[in-house]
Design a protein around this ligand. Structure first.
Ligand code: GDP
Length: 327
C-alpha cells in the first residue's frame, strides 16, 4: 500500500481512503501496524482539529436516534460529521451491536457524514487505541465534529472521555426522584446531561428528570474546566428534533470558553499523557500474555501457595524472566 498516496487522499477528504486507513489502524498484523504508524505520523502535521464529542447512554435511551437527528442538523449547518463507536460488548460477542447497518440510515447516506462501527477486539484497551487512531484520521480528513459513542456500562465512559473534548450523557425520563442509578463517577465526567424523549406523554416527566439532574450537578464539586452554569442538564427529543439547537449552542459556548481559557489545550495535553501511560501499561501486560509467561506464572503461583516463595520474590522472579526487572 502506498502510504503517501493514502495520506494525500485522506487530506483531500476522500471517504473511501479514510475507511481504508481505519481498517489499517484496526489491523493487528505487525506490517499493518508499521504502515499505520507511518500514516499517522505523516498526518499529524495537518494541524486540523475537530470538536470531539463523547456520548454515552444505556441501550434504548435513544443514542442512534439522537446521533441521526443531531448529525443531520449539523450537516444542515454545513458541517462535516464523523461518528465512531466504542463498544465494550464487542469483547463478549465478537461482533458489534453498534455496527448494526440499519442505524442512522439518513445520516449514513449523507456525503458530509462518515459512520464507522466499533472494531471487534478482545480488550477494551485495544478498541480504545484503534478508536483513538480513527479519531486522528477523521481530524486529518477535515471533519468538523467527531461524535464518539459508547454504551453506558462503566469503564468505557472513562475511555471515551479520555478521547473527547467534551462528554455528554444521554438519559431517559424517569419516574419519581431516583436518579436512574447513574454512578457518581459518570456524573463527574459529564459536561452536559441530555434528557431525551421530551415529547408526547413523556414530556413532563422529562422536564422533572432534567430538573433533578440539574440539582444533582450543582451539588458536585466545581471543576476548573467549567464556566459558570456548567455542567448543564437539558431536555431534548431526538424523534421530534427539539432542543437540539439549544444543545448545540451550549456545546459551542462551552468549547469556545475552554479554547479561550486554555483548558482545551491543557485537556488534550493531559489526554496525550494518559494515552502514553496507557500504551506502556498495555505493552507490559501483553508481555504476560505469552505461553511462557502464563506457565511460569502458574508454577510460581503454586510455590507461593506452598509458602516456598514470598509473593514479592515470586513476582521479581517472573519479572526478571520477562526482562522487565533486574535481580
Ligand atoms: P439506543 O439503543 O440508545 O441507540 O436507542 P435507539 O436510538 O435505538 O432508540 C431506542 C428506542 O427509543 C427506539 O424505539 C426509538 O424510536 C425511541 N426513541 C429514541 N429517541 C426518542 C425520542 O426522542 N422520543 C421518543 N418518544 N422515543 C425515542
Amino acid at each position: 500500500m502506498d502510504i503517501a498516496q493514502l495520506s494525500d487522499r485522506i487530506l483531500n477528504a476522500d471517504r473511501r481512503a479514510l475507511a481504508r486507513a481505519i481498517t489499517l489502524v484496526e489491523s493487528a498484523r505487525a506490517d499493518h501496524r508499521a504502515q499505520a504508524d507511518e500514516l499517522l505520523s505523516s498526518l499529524t502535521t495537518s494541524g486540523r482539529q475537530a470538536l470531539r464529542i463523547g456520548m454515552s447512554g444505556t441501550p434504548g435511551v435513544g443514542k442512534s436516534t439522537f446521533i441521526e437527528t443531531f448529525g443531520m442538523m449539523l450537516v444542515g449547518k454545513g458541517l462535516r460529521v464523523a461518528v465512531l463507536a466504542v463498544d465494550p460488548s464487542s469483547a463478549r460477542s465478537g461482533g458489534s451491536i453498534l455496527g448494526d447497518k440499519t442505524r442512522m440510515e439518513r445520516l449514513s447516506r449523507e456525503p458530509a457524514a462518515f459512520i464507522r462501527p466499533s472494531p471487534s477486539q478482545t480488550h477494551l484497551g485495544g478498541v480504545a487505541r484503534r478508536t483513538r487512531d480513527a479519531v486522528a484520521l477523521c481530524e486529518a480528513a477535515g471533519y468538523d465534529v467527531v461524535l464518539i459513542e459508547t454504551v453506558g456500562v462503566g469503564q468505557s465512559e472513562t475511555v471515551v472521555s479520555e478521547l473527547s473534548d467534551l462528554f455528554m450523557l444521554l438519559l431517559a425520563p424517569a419516574g419519581g426522584d431516583e436518579l436512574q442509578g447513574v454512578k457518581r463517577g459518570i456524573m463527574e465526567i459529564a459536561d452536559m446531561i441530555l434528557v431525551n424523549k421530551a415529547d408526547g406523554d413523556l414530556k413532563s416527566t422529562a422536564t422533572r428528570t432534567c430538573a433533578d439532574y440539574a440539582g444533582a450537578l450543582r451539588l458536585l464539586r466545581k471543576r476548573p474546566q467549567d464556566p459558570e452554569g456548567f455542567p448543564k442538564a437539558l431536555t431534548v427529543s431526538a424523534v421530534e428534533a427539539t432542543g437540539l439547537d439549544t444543545a448545540w449552542a451550549e456545546i459551542q459556548a462551552l468549547a469556545e470558553w475552554r479554547r479561550q481559557s486554555g483548558h482545551w489545550d491543557r485537556n488534550r495535553a493531559a489526554q496525550a499523557q494518559y494515552w502514553f501511560a496507557e500504551e506502556v501499561r498495555q505493552a507490559l501486560s501483553a508481555r504476560l500474555d505469552t505461553p511462557w509467561a502464563k506457565s511460569r506464572m502458574t508454577e510460581l503461583s503454586a510455590e507461593v501457595a506452598e509458602g516456598a516463595q514470598t509473593p514479592q520474590a515470586a513476582a521479581r522472579d517472573l519479572l526478571t524472566g520477562l526482562g522487565v526487572a533486574n535481580r
